[in-house]
Design a protein around this ligand. Structure first.
Ligand SMILES: NC(=O)c1ccc[n+]([C@@H]2O[C@H](COP(=O)([O-])OP(=O)(O)OC[C@H]3O[C@@H](n4cnc5c(N)ncnc54)[C@H](O)[C@@H]3O)[C@@H](O)[C@H]2O)c1
Length: 438
C-alpha cells in the first residue's frame, strides 16, 4: 500500500526564497536565519525549527521534532532574493528598520550586504505614503509580470535552485473590493494586457509566480490572492497559495483570549483595541486606504470565534473597535492596548486590560520561516490551491468560498498538526481518549 508519506517528494537541493519588500519583517527574517545558521542565535517562535508533534497514544511518549517527522528543507538550503522600491542592500535596510541591534546586524553584515533588491513593480495609487526609485519601467502590466517571471527564472538558474517560494512582505496596499476583472483568469489576463487600474502590484507578483508554478504566501491584508482568477491559476498550475496578513501582536492576543471567554460562556460587550507604532508599516497605515485593508483584516476575527448567531445573549451586541496610530518614537516596538468588557453570572460586568509591548517583526519573522518551509513541503506533497491548514499564521485566513475561516488559534494549531499527521500516514489525534479507561 502506498501511504501519503511515500508520495511526498524529498526536500532535495536548494530552495530560493523570494521576498517582496525588504523592510522590517524581511530583514529581521533574513538576518535571523543567517544568525541561526551561524549558531549565533535560536529560532524561537518557529514551529518548523523547535516544534514537536505527538504521535500515537499519550502513553506512547512519541514526540518527535516536526522537522524530523516530515521532509522539510534545511535552513542551510535557503537562498534569498528580494524586490524593493528602495535600492538599499539588506544590511542598510536592516539598520534603517531599527529592529535588530547593530551588533547583531554586523555579525552577518557581509552576508547581508550581498543581498540587493531587484527592481520592484510599484504603483503609487496603491501605497500613498512612500516613494522610491528602484522600480521597473515596463508600461504594461502584463509586461511587468513577464519581467518578474524573468527575475525568478534568472535567480533560479544562477543559484542552481531546485524550487522557489514567493512571500509578500511589502507594504499594505490600499483597500480594493473584487471587481469584474478579477472574476476569471481569462478576464484577469486581458486586464493585465490593458493595464486595468483594478490590478494591484501584489496581484502582478502573485500572477507571475503562479504562472511559472511558484507558490505564493501573502503576509499583508491586501486582496491579492483573494480573487477567483488567481485561485483558478493556482489550481491549474498545481501550486499552493495562502494568506492573508501575518497573525502577530494584538490579533494574536485576541485569538488566544477570545476562545477562552467563549469556552467559559462569558459574555462580551466591548473590545477596544488601540496601537501605537512608528515603523514604516505604521507610516503606510497612516493612509486611510491602507488602514482600511488592515482594519477589515483585524475586525474579522471575533465573529467566527464567538458565533454571535448561536449565542446572541453573550455575543450579539459587541462594540469592537480597532485603532492604529503612527507614533515615530516607538519604531518597530509597538504597544497595543486592549480594553475588554466582559460579563459573567447574572450579567455582572468585569474588565480585562492587556498592554502588549511587543516587537512586531520579532513576532513576524518566525512565521515567515514556517510559511516558506511548510509551503514548499505542501507543494512537494502535491497540495494545490488554498492551504487552509496554514490559517494558524494569518489574521484573515483564506478559505474556499462559502466556508467561514477558523480563527481560534488552538483549533488552527490542531488542524495544522493533524494535516501533517494525515500527510505522513499517521493517525489523527482527536483528544477523545476513551481508550485509556477501557
Ligand atoms: N510586522 C508584523 O508583525 C506584521 C504583521 C502582519 C502583517 N504585516 C505586514 O507585512 C508587511 C511588511 O511589514 P514591515 O513592517 O516589514 O513593513 P516595512 O514598511 O518595513 O517594509 C515594507 C517594504 O515593502 C516595500 N514595498 C512597498 N511596495 C512594494 C512593492 N510593490 N514591491 C516591492 N517592495 C515594496 C517598501 O519599500 C518597504 O521597504 C506590511 O504589509 C505589514 O502590514 C506585518
Amino acid at each position: 500500500m502506498i501511504t501519503n508519506a511515500q508520495k511526498i517528494q524529498p526536500a532535495e537541493g536548494k530552495i530560493g526564497v523570494l521576498l517582496v519588500g525588504m523592510g522590517a519583517v524581511s530583514t529581521t527574517f533574513i538576518a535571523g536565519v543567517e544568525l541561526i545558521r551561524k549558531k549565533h542565535s535560536k529560532a524561537i517562535g518557529a514551529m518548523t525549527q523547535i516544534g514537536h508533534i505527538r504521535l500515537g497514544k499519550r502513553t506512547e511518549s512519541k514526540n518527535p521534532l516536526i522537522k524530523d517527522f516530515i521532509p522539510l528543507a534545511d535552513l542551510e538550503d535557503l537562498v534569498f532574493a528580494v524586490w524593493d522600491i528602495f535600492p538599499d542592500n539588506a544590511k542598510k535596510a536592516a539598520k534603517k528598520a531599527g529592529v535588530l541591534s547593530n551588533e547583531d546586524i554586523d555579525k552577518v553584515g557581509e552576508f547581508l550586504e550581498k543581498i540587493s533588491p531587484m527592481k520592484a513593480v510599484f504603483d503609487q495609487n496603491f501605497v500613498k505614503n512612500i516613494q522610491g526609485g528602484n522600480i521597473k519601467t515596463e508600461t504594461n502590466k502584463m509586461a511587468l509580470a513577464e519581467a518578474l517571471m524573468k527575475d525568478m527564472e534568472e535567480f533560479k538558474n544562477k543559484n542552481k535552485l531546485s524550487r522557489l517560494v514567493v512571500i509578500w512582505c511589502a507594504s499594505t496596499e490600499s483597500y480594493i473590493a473584487p471587481s469584474d476583472a478579477h472574476q476569471s483568469l481569462e478576464k484577469f489576463e486581458l486586464a493585465l494586457k490593458n493595464s486595468d487600474s483594478s490590478i494591484a502590484p501584489s496581484m502582478i507578483y502573485a500572477y507571475a509566480a503562479l504562472k511559472i508554478g511558484v507558490p505564493f504566501c501573502n503576509g499583508a491584508p491586501n486582496l491579492t490572492l483573494d480573487i477567483p482568477a488567481l485561485q483558478e491559476l493556482a489550481l491549474e498550475k498545481h501550486v499552493p497559495i495562502s494568506g492573508k496578513d501575518f497573525k502577530t501582536g494584538q490579533t494574536l492576543m485576541k485569538t488566544i483570549l477570545a476562545p477562552g471567554f467563549k469556552a467559559r460562556y462569558l459574555g462580551l460587550s466591548g473590545w477596544f483595541s488601540t496601537n501605537i507604532l512608528g515603523n514604516r508599516d505604521g507610516e503606510v497605515l497612516d493612509d486611510p486606504g491602507s488602514f482600511k485593508s488592515k482594519e477589515e483584516s483585524k475586525l474579522g476575527v471575533l465573529d467566527t470565534i464567538l458565533q454571535p448567531e448561536i449565542y446572541p445573549e453573550l455575543y450579539g451586541n459587541i462594540y469592537h473597535k480597532v485603532r492604529i496610530n503612527y507614533y515615530p518614537p516607538r519604531g518597530d516596538n509597538k504597544e497595543g492596548w486592549d480594553n475588554i468588557d466582559i460579563f459573567g453570572w447574572m450579567g455582572y460586568p468585569m474588565q480585562v486590560k492587556v498592554d502588549f509591548l511587543c516587537r512586531d517583526s520579532i513576532l513576524a519573522a518566525p512565521l515567515v520561516l514556517d510559511l516558506i518551509l511548510f509551503t514548499d513541503f505542501a507543494q512537494r506533497a502535491g497540495l494545490r490551491g488554498i492551504q487552509d491548514w496554514l490559517s494558524f499564521y494569518y489574521k484573515s485566513p483564506m478559505t474556499t468560498p462559502n466556508l467561514s475561516p477558523e480563527h481560534n488559534i488552538f483549533v488552527q494549531e490542531m488542524k495544522l498538526k493533524n494535516t501533517l499527521r494525515y500527510l505522513m500516514g499517521e493517525e489523527r489525534i482527536t483528544h477523545l481518549g476513551l481508550e485509556y479507561y477501557e
